[in-house]
Design a protein around this ligand. Sequence first.
Ligand SMILES: *Cc1c(COP(=O)(O)O)cnc(C)c1O
Length: 360
Amino acid sequence: MAELLEAVERVARRSDFILGDEVEAFEAEFAAYCEVDHAIGVASGTDALLLTLRALDIGPGAEVLVPANTFIATAEAIVLAGATPRFLDVDPASHVVTADAVEAAWSESTRCVIPVHLYGRTADLGPILEVARARGGAVVEDACQAHGARYMGRRVGTIGDAGCFSFYPSKNLGAWGDAGAVVTSDPELAERLRLLRSHGESPRHHHRICGTTARLAGIQAAVLRVKLRRLEAWNDARRRIAAGFTAALDGTPATPPAPVPPGHDHVFHVYVVECDDRDALRRHLGGEGIAAGVHYPRPIHFQPAFAGIGAGRGSLPVAERLASRILSLPLYPSMNRATAQRVVDAVASFAETSAELRAA
Ligand SMILES: *Cc1c(COP(=O)(O)O)cnc(C)c1O
């Protein structure tokens, strides 16, 4: 905490509030961490996605493929860019989008696919990239839940044309407010993103294109620089706690996440189990003082904001079914053994109660 407050004070004393030295330093450090040429700090993960689509000239008339089970922002960015989202179903085991679904949905007007590394689990980028490249389309990775995860040895976000990150406080790398970044190895795309995040301005008072206010704040960059140094250790802790959960939950009514295939990774932004009676499990855990969440209770094509987008009920059966079965158990890097054990014990006592109910 002292280190973070010191970093914030340093920015405040210099009044370096918007972009500036801390942002440049964070961008260089985050790019180095991701092993990529460019990182562009922006105001949020949503802005990262929106500006990337705009920088790629994806707008009116273009269709963008996106999984139906993600945070709403992935789909919103497509609409905000003026393009049309087309929702994809997902793999029942991994809950992430597959190359087969991308291939089946690709149409004449498809320009881009946004694979989401949901919960911190890597989507199968190799085959997805192959499908998109063969059709001249772009791949924008939504890595907002997967900071630091590796796919076939490379950091997520750096494998598609661009990778988008959110540093919302609860993410694996979290700021003290809203913040985000885009990473890319394409220098022209990086330049366009730098213009778009700040009114298309370069040099001062010369506006090349219409951009917006979507800059990373100096205070957030200062906080992120301190926390970035701990990200690897935090992700390791998340993986270790998750492995403990998975070993303990095997055979209980709470089915643990599917194993991670070779070359894939999972940084457990959230630890999601599946349960036939999810709501009963959630209530039981609540009674034991354990707050479990649902990510996400409604697939996006069921959200009022996306009514009329064309995907009806029953059209994406896996995503629709998962929404009623998934439960996110609490998991955070500093979770101690006793707390982790309480979570596991509470699931075990649910298993006993439901077995007794069945017997009665
Ligand atoms: C958090 C998140 C976003 C949006 O990030 P914000 O910083 O909240 O705008 C986008 N996609 C996914 C998958 C996320 O989890």
